[in-house]
Design a protein around this ligand. Structure first.
Ligand code: 13P
Length: 256
């Protein structure tokens, strides 16, 4: 059975003080849901303070991006080596980074390999635009993103990889893919691509999240789908009560 994983991607929200106050309030509320992996992804600036605040808890910390080199002349960047010991996860390939920071499939692949080499776990985000969706290109485009991101990654390392399927048209828009639509793409495209590359054992054990306007009122629907193993959440993860409710609903739907 795949352990459900709910991650809050805070994007460019919360100061250091706000981030620490938030997780101090959140941690006790999430303490009982031990069957769900619970992750928060603050900005780089708040990562160390949040990691310190969550030290005695089971809540894990993620970064929102990383460079693939250990160090060097890369102004503004942060390396896997610097994140080691502070975070367990790093989100890479987010559609906002692909759109605004020119993140490429090749870069995502380099980052995934660098993270795995340092014992960190990538959450690799993939997803199609509205135009691609309407043109019927979702399967080929998202499948291509998955294959490119995983190029050269071993079956053994796949145990430390999480994929997040986030249709771009559903992010922050209030428009979400139906749970059936999301499950079909996650099973028929994302997991199927992994099956082609690695076979059944890896495909059946890799966790795949859905992301895009996940809220307490649609969470149960998503989590009742067999191939959706959790959620990557933006807006609703910025509120303690909403995030707690998302984790509770995941635990309930998955029976953990
Ligand atoms: P929203 O939940 O705000 O739509 O954001 C989704 C997302 O981009 C998470 O990475």
């Amino acid at each position: 059975m795949r352990t459900p994983i709910i991650a809050g991607n805070w994007k460019m929200h919360k100061t250091i003080d706000e981030s620490v106050a938030f997780v101090k309030e959140l941690a006790p509320k999430l303490a009982t849901y031990t069957g769900v992996e619970r992750v928060v992804a603050p900005t780089f600036l708040s990562v160390a303070a949040v990691a310190a605040a969550l030290k005695e808890t089971a809540i894990k910390v993620s970064a929102q991006n990383v460079h693939w080199e250990d160090s060097g002349a890369f102004t503004s960047q942060v390396s896997p080596m610097m994140l080691k010991g502070l975070v367990e996860y790093v989100i890479i390939g987010h559609s906002e980074c692909r759109a605004y920071l020119d993140e490429t499939n090749e870069g995502v692949n380099k980052k995934a390999k660098a993270l795995l080499a340092h014992g960190l776990k990538p959450i690799i985000a993939v997803g199609e635009s509205l135009a691609q969706n309407e043109a019927g290109e979702t399967h080929s485009f998202v499948g291509g993103q998955v294959r490119a991101a995983l190029n050269g990654i071993s079956a053994e390392d796949m145990g430390n990889v999480v994929i997040a399927y986030e249709p771009i048209w559903a992010i922050g828009t209030g428009k979400s893919a139906s749970s059936q639509q999301a499950n079909d793409i996650i099973a028929g495209t994302v997991r199927a691509s992994i099956r082609d590359l690695y076979g059944d054992a890896v495909a059946d054990s890799v966790r795949i999240q859905y992301g895009g306007s996940v809220k307490p009122n649609n969470m149960a629907d998503y989590m009742s789908q067999p191939d959706i193993d959790g959620a990557l959440v933006g807006g609703a993860a910025l509120k303690v009560d909403d995030f707690t409710e998302l984790v509770r609903l995941a635990a309930e739907a998955k029976g953990v």
